[in-house]
Design a binder for this molecule. Structure first.
Ligand SMILES: [Fe+2]
Ligand SMILES: [Fe+2]
Length: 268
């Protein structure tokens, strides 16, 4: 199985993930052809399972946020493939059956990419998730996202890159500060609860750093904030306090509103 542009859905991040899946399938097929032992096949299956779970979670979160009407049917298709992978792992399917099953699986995957994923991609584009044409734009604003939830980080990355931003990810406060000192972002979106250094401590360190203090700091948190905490965030120097989840268009508007005008135009 080999990737071709004919499989594209038009959403860059989804296509990149599909390309990775096709690569994993190709590796697995090559191993079957080489009559690889179960010991060699097993790690390939485990990797494909983890990656498929990640990819399906990204699509399904995006569907939920955008209110995609065919979410449950699409999710059943994802579940079907995860169940087949689980069958493989648990040895329900014997190795001798793999050669016969591989073409069926390839057909399933292609029909899912070309019909179900493409249908969803069309819906997502109509809802404002754009193809990242801004990859060639001269000044893409860089957003640093500090969030401990990997799935949420990746989803935000997908949405922002699709709308012309460059994205740096950090899983905790210390990582975020180090990443910002390494490459200064144009804006930061930070959770409040974070391992190692929480969002408040990060904001304080941010404002004390002469190289970073002019960079707008936005709290974007699933954590319901009391009014005194919101005032505290403002006193620390935060530009905004936003509650998750925000509709994509509103989040983009908030980001653009704190960016210098020349940059926000390039992200529009
Ligand atoms: Fe899908
Ligand atoms: Fe997909």
């Amino acid at each position: 199985m080999q990737w071709t542009s004919a499989y594209e859905t038009g959403i860059v991040e989804i296509d990149q993930q599909h390309r990775t899946i096709v690569g994993l399938v190709a590796e697995f097929e090559a191993a079957i052809r080489a009559n690889a032992s179960w010991d060699r096949l097993y790690p390939l299956i485990a990797r494909a399972r983890d990656y498929a779970k990640f990819h399906f979670a990204v699509e399904e979160s995006l569907m939920q946020i955008l209110g995609y009407p065919r979410t449950s049917a699409h999710r059943s298709e994802h579940r079907f493939v995860l169940e087949r992978i689980a069958d493989l792992e648990q040895g329900v399917l014997r190795k001798s059956m793999l050669e016969e099953l591989a073409p069926q699986f390839r057909t399933w995957l292609l029909s899912h990419f070309l019909e179900s994923d493409r249908h969803f991609a069309g819906f997502a584009r109509a809802a404002g998730v754009h193809v990242a044409q801004a990859a060639h734009a001269p000044a893409q604003p860089r957003v640093l996202i500090a969030d401990a939830d990997e799935q949420h980080r990746n989803l935000l990355k997908l949405l922002l890159e699709a709308n012309g931003f460059k994205v740096t990810l950090a899983g905790d406060g210390l990582q975020a500060l180090a990443a910002a000192r390494d490459e200064r972002p144009d804006v930061v979106l930070s959770e409040v609860p974070l391992p190692n250094m929480d969002g408040f401590a990060l904001c304080r360190a941010w404002m004390q750093d002469a190289a970073l203090s002019a960079v707008p700091f936005i709290f974007y948190s699933g954590h319901q904030m009391r009014q005194d905490q919101e005032q505290f965030a403002q006193a620390l120097g935060a530009a905004r306090y936003l509650s998750k989840p925000l509709a994509t268009e509103s989040l983009l508007q908030e980001l653009r509103s704190v960016l210098p005008t020349d940059r926000s135009r390039s992200a529009a």
